[in-house]
Design a binder for this molecule. Structure first.
Ligand code: ZN
Length: 298
């Protein structure tokens, strides 16, 4: 879901990063298990409701489409859907049939996939902008790489050479006084994205830029946490604003690093899937649920 970014000149869309909330802090780095929806309640799958347009489980099953070639795990999960998945409980008065209509079905996804399976190199490239040591101070890059690999099933290659942010990235002062101290200078997201596009390999599944500096979009918004060019499967993500307002009394430096890392992992998983053509999911609790917008914290 792009959030109305008016960036016509760049053929890129400003995006608000969307990550679902997680529940407990202790679980933060065990993301893949969190992202497979958990079971809830004693409901039974009811065959008699199969033709009911308002039965959520029937609609979920329809959205999944043909299971020919699907993994045995998915087929097994669908034998006990209630134990395997969790329905969203915050549909805001929407009927299940309406939520189904908004959800990307598996067949829709196959049509919007930007490459055929096995035709890309099968790697996701990560490119760092800013000094590596500054990024390493704030997030655990090894954890990011390891979690992306497990969750997305592609090899993740972290480019050893970071790209330094200099005048080409058009630094500017923060528009608001209070952010000057906390966030330092801002850099132009679209300039960095342009640089990233030139450094990307079109055979990669996608190319993700990561930066610890605050970035501004071409216009309209004061800041963005991400900007992407979906046609080239390239995106830039800044974690500068993650937990930016926390004080040392609220979180130790180590806790903050763990939180930022988990948050970045979820953002990059979600954004990678979006760059690969995956759309929103409105029925089950999952990573692709619509995000209320703003900075991805939980
Ligand atoms: Zn989903």
């Amino acid at each position: 879901m792009t959030d109305g970014g008016d960036v016509a000149n760049q053929s890129a869309a400003a995006v608000t990063i969307e990550v679902p909330k997680t529940t407990t802090e202790a679980d933060e780095l065990r993301l893949p298990s969190k992202l497979t929806e958990e079971s809830e309640g004693p409901h039974e799958y009811d065959d008699e409701e199969e033709n009911d347009f308002e039965d959520p489980w029937s609609l979920v099953r329809v959205a999944m489409g043909s299971l020919a070639g699907a993994s045995w795990r998915l087929k097994q999960a669908l034998v006990w859907p209630v134990e395997s998945f969790e329905l969203r409980n915050d549909p805001k008065g929407c009927s299940w049939s309406e939520l189904f209509r908004r959800t990307q079905t598996f067949d829709d996804f196959r049509q919007s996939m930007p490459f055929r399976p096995n035709s890309a190199k099968g790697t996701i490239d990560l490119v760092l902008f800013d000094e590596v040591s500054k990024i390493r101070d704030k997030v655990n890059l090894e954890a990011v790489v390891a979690h992306l690999e497990v969750f997305l099933g592609f090899k993740v290659v972290l480019r050893p050479q970071a790209i330094a942010l200099e005048s080409w990235a058009h630094p500017r002062e923060q528009p608001s006084e209070e952010n000057k101290k906390r966030l330092g200078q801002q850099y132009g997201a679209h300039f960095i994205l342009g640089r990233l596009k030139r450094a990307s390999d079109p055979r990669s599944v996608c190319t993700l830029g990561i930066t610890s500096v605050d970035v501004y979009p071409p216009r309209t918004y004061e800041f963005v946490t991400g900007i992407a060019d979906e046609s080239q499967r390239v995106g830039l993500y800044s974690f500068a604003r993650y937990f930016n307002s926390r004080t040392p009394e609220q979180d130790s430096a180590a806790d903050l690093k763990t939180k930022k890392t988990a948050c970045l992992i979820m953002t990059l998983c979600r954004e990678s899937l979006k760059l690969c053509g995956m759309g929103e999911c409105h029925m089950l609790r999952c990573l692709m649920n619509p995000y209320p917008g703003g900075v991805p914290e939980y």
